[in-house]
Design a protein around this ligand. Structure first.
Ligand SMILES: NC(=O)c1ccc[n+]([C@@H]2O[C@H](COP(=O)([O-])OP(=O)(O)OC[C@H]3O[C@@H](n4cnc5c(N)ncnc54)[C@H](O)[C@@H]3O)[C@@H](O)[C@H]2O)c1
Length: 253
């Protein structure tokens, strides 16, 4: 692997890395040399992913954080910065995927989804962004949106798709405002990935265009990790405000 594709000596903070896509991203970034900070609300899951990375010979630490709680985010980021310095990479991956039909959606359900999926990435970006700017080292912010915003939809995802639209818009604004600090911001749009969260999502049965399989079948969490890695490396220093779909060729099927 050429030097511009490595993350040797760099700290990468990945939210939602206790499960599914986040674990895949954490593995890929660690394999590229990053010291990964596993951030999640699931304390046991954090310990499990950290152990997994250590067992594979990688550097990793964990921090518990509730992304729906501003104080929890401020505390968690301060803890990480005090122990490891400003991260080079922030991956805003954690999210919830419960479904409810639009006409039956409650304010509580809507607000929970926005708090975790959209406000969480904003607060993480604000806190980690401040640390990146203070450190003057530049950095990378990679947000996990979703192919739902490009038409890969199922019924019952009004709150979810709105939150992912917000994530994509936040990415553009982050790219604009942080460019002068040498920080890029990009988003990855996963298609369907079989994860514990996707399997356990509550709500009406999945129905809609997303049920169509991509020409290459189903994505794996590591496929999403590979796209994140590109944005995170020095190789992508001229790439910002971009969206990369990893959808197993769904648009061709
Ligand atoms: N699986 C898919 O098909 C798919 C497709 C497109 C986008 N995505 C997105 O990918 C991301 C990861 O999804 P996944 O399928 O791996 O789900 P997952 O449920 O397996 O993993 C999500 C992780 O986020 C954590 N989390 C949830 N609420 C949190 C909170 N309040 N604070 C901190 N952590 C919290 C969970 O504990 C879990 O470890 C999500 O943003 C999801 O919307 C998933």
């Amino acid at each position: 692997m050429s030097g511009i594709f490595t993350l040797d000596g760099k700290v990468a903070l990945v939210t939602g890395a206790a499960s599914g896509i986040g674990t895949g991203i954490a593995e890929i970034l660690a394999e590229a040399g990053a010291h990964v900070i596993v951030a999640d609300i699931n304390e046991e899951g954090v310990a499990h992913t950290v152990e997994l990375l250590h067992a594979a010979g990688h550097r990793a630490d964990g921090v518990t954080v509730d992304l729906s709680d501003e104080h929890s985010i401020v505390r968690a980021v301060a803890e990480v910065v005090a122990s490891h310095g400003a991260p080079w990479v922030l991956v805003n991956n954690a999210g919830v995927q419960d479904r409810e039909y639009l006409l039956e959606e409650s304010v509580a359900g809507w607000d929970r989804t926005q708090a975790i999926n959209a406000r969480g990435p904003f607060l993480m970006t604000r806190e980690v962004g401040r640390a990146m700017v203070a450190a003057g080292q530049g950095g990378r912010i990679v947000n996990i949106a979703s192919m739902t915003i490009h038409g890969m939809m199922t019924k019952g995802t009004a709150a979810y798709i709105a939150s992912k639209g917000a994530v994509a818009a936040l990415t553009s604004q982050t790219a604009l405002e942080l460019a002068e600090h040498g920080i890029t911001a990009n988003s990855v749009l996963p298609g369907a990935v079989m994860t514990p969260g996707a399997m356990a999502a509550k709500g009406p049965p999945t129905e809609g265009p997303a049920c169509r399989r991509g020409v290459f079948g189903m994505n794996d969490p590591r496929d999403i990790g590979a796209a994140v890695l590109f944005f995170a490396t020095p190789a992508a220093r001229m790439v910002t405000n971009q969206r990369l779909a990893v959808d197993a060729g769904w648009s061709l099927s």
